[in-house]
Design a protein around this ligand. Sequence first.
Ligand SMILES: [Zn+2]
Length: 180
Amino acid sequence: MKIEHLLKKITRLQMESADGWAMAAETAGPDYQGGSEENEEQIEALASECFDAYEVALNALEEGDLEAAIEALEDARSLEAEGGDASAAIEALEALEAYKSGGCHVGCDCGRWSGEPCNWSGPKAETVVVEFMPEEFRATHAAAGNAGDYPRNGAERIRVSAECADFMAEHDPEWVTRVD
Ligand SMILES: [Zn+2]
């Protein structure tokens, strides 16, 4: 799932949640048996707190902060539970978890080339596969005047961020090639 789809889905659930709260507020009001204006106001206060929690979650998602988004939706879930129906927040949390584990974000393996892993993490679309020759095979290949072909020549293929691929190609042009 793409982030835009996730944002759309959570926005839809925010509206669904607001509809649920509007109904809950009405039935807590003086027109209904056992209801009162005070109860109605209480529900409306929870409703607006809950709406804001969704808003916080959406903003966090736009900034790529999944943990903060989950935290805000957990708040929305406990508020909705108080109102009697947490189904919208539960669905939003499930969608977020699915997005999180869906492999939409991958790491960068440039550490296998540099010996020092980098912290990059992002969508797979922003990564490329590069092939490089590990240090231990370079002397032999240089002496033979021919590096042979992957994978029998000992070369490794790794998925790295586009920036790291550029960095590798720039600093190690002889032994690094882009595969895709
Ligand atoms: Zn990297």
